[in-house]
Design a protein around this ligand. Sequence first.
Ligand code: FE2
Ligand code: FE2
Length: 220
Amino acid sequence: MTIELAQLIDSRFAQIMGPEGVAKFAEQGLAFFSRQRGPEELAHLFAIFRVGEHHAVVTIGQWLKSTSELEVKDGYARLIWDEARHTRIWTQRMTELVGEDRVERFYPDPTKVTAPSAEYFRLWDEYAKADGLAKRLAYIYVVDAWAGFAYTAYISYIDPVTKWHLETILADERFHVAFGQKMAEKYVTSPQDRETIAREEEKIVTILRNVTDGFLRSEV
Ligand SMILES: [Fe+2]
Ligand SMILES: [Fe+2]
């Protein structure tokens, strides 16, 4: 599978960051991801990734009931399944790295892990609070594009087995970004909703900048 970045580069997230911002983000990401890590450190890093994947399963699951647009509901159903699979993939890799006993002992709960910054958890709290289609779609396409960039930066540095899984995850995240943006173009059309989505995008990008800075300053 080849990594086609075009969809991420064309994303709203990349537009908001601007070409220089994206280049800086990718460069900083390389420094972070090229760091040497042993199995315990990798398991910890994957547990951090898993928080977001698992969070998306639960939160988008909660959104289903209050979503009336059938097309969006249909997409949410796929997203829930994809994110559940991503959660399982990271758990599987953690188990392969440190063994089932240690995963059960140190990472029994996919919502809990020591993360480099409190902003990381704030991101998921805000995501869960998004009410209405405009805000929810913004979370889907902005956060997944951010994750897509991070995963792409990581892909050159990981072992072949994790790489293979990551390529599957990345293909899904690209679909999520495209789905979120397409639905926003179609259903978020009133001037009031357009303003809501623009404000939410800005808020999410600010949180993501803080989350990224927190990771880069950390020892993780
Ligand atoms: Fe995911
Ligand atoms: Fe996703």
